[in-house]
Design a protein around this ligand. Structure first.
Ligand SMILES: [Zn+2]
Length: 207
């Protein structure tokens, strides 16, 4: 298990990466890691990730009690995951554009589309819509997160989990790429050839 100093630096680094890889903008998204059986390190509320410092991170217990600072408003969602999944040591939440578009459209993702995701991520289910920052979000994922490491949040964004931050972050990028390829492949499939009548006129030298 990495020590606390290392975990703090990792949280700041992956927070910045969320922005650099365009998985979030402004103060969106949140990250957390388990630092003990019932203790967690969480990104703070309202601080853009590109300005995040190690001293801004908030330590919380399972009841959300902190010695200092205000944790992300999505902490109830993180807490539910840690309660349901003892194997999970890191949680990543972001709003990547392609995957969020799928969630807004009310569609889940089919990992079988790509050889890279078919085995690891056969399905990314869609949770019902819930108001961000409320206990409703935690409730919306309860029936899904036990069996899935990635979930689309209805009309909202994406949630991924893993044994460490690197894994949860990589899964977030994978989900976004899967959504991008899904939508681009559908777009590509709709591209028809030129209407035969129009083509005949063009070849006939008209206009
Ligand atoms: Zn969000």
């Amino acid at each position: 298990m990495p020590n606390l100093v290392v975990l703090r630096r990792e949280l700041v680094r992956y927070g910045r990466l969320l922005g650099e890889r365009r998985l979030i903008v402004a103060a969106e998204g949140n990250l957390s890691v388990r630092i003990g059986g019932h203790a967690f390190l969480v990104t703070p509320s309202g601080v853009p990730k590109d300005r995040l410092r190690v001293q801004d991170l908030v330590e919380v217990d399972t009841r959300g009690r902190t010695a200092r600072g205000r944790p992300t408003s999505e902490w109830p969602m993180h807490r539910v995951i840690y309660g349901l999944r003892p194997d999970v040591r890191a949680v990543c939440h972001a709003h990547p554009a392609w995957a969020t578009a799928m969630a807004v459209a009310g569609r889940e993702l089919d990992g079988g589309l790509l050889t890279e995701t078919a085995a690891q991520l056969p399905r990314v289910p869609l949770a019902v819509r819930a108001e961000p920052g409320t206990e409703q979000v935690a409730a919306s994922i309860t029936g899904l997160i036990a069996d899935h490491d990635a979930v689309l949040l209805g009309d909202h964004g994406v949630l991924t989990v893993g044994p460490d931050l690197a894994s949860a972050f990589a899964l977030m990028e994978t989900v976004e790429r899967l959504a991008q390829v899904t939508l681009l492949s559908e777009f590509a499939a709709t591209g028809g050839s030129v209407d035969p009548d129009v083509l005949a006129r063009l070849m006939g030298g008209g206009a």
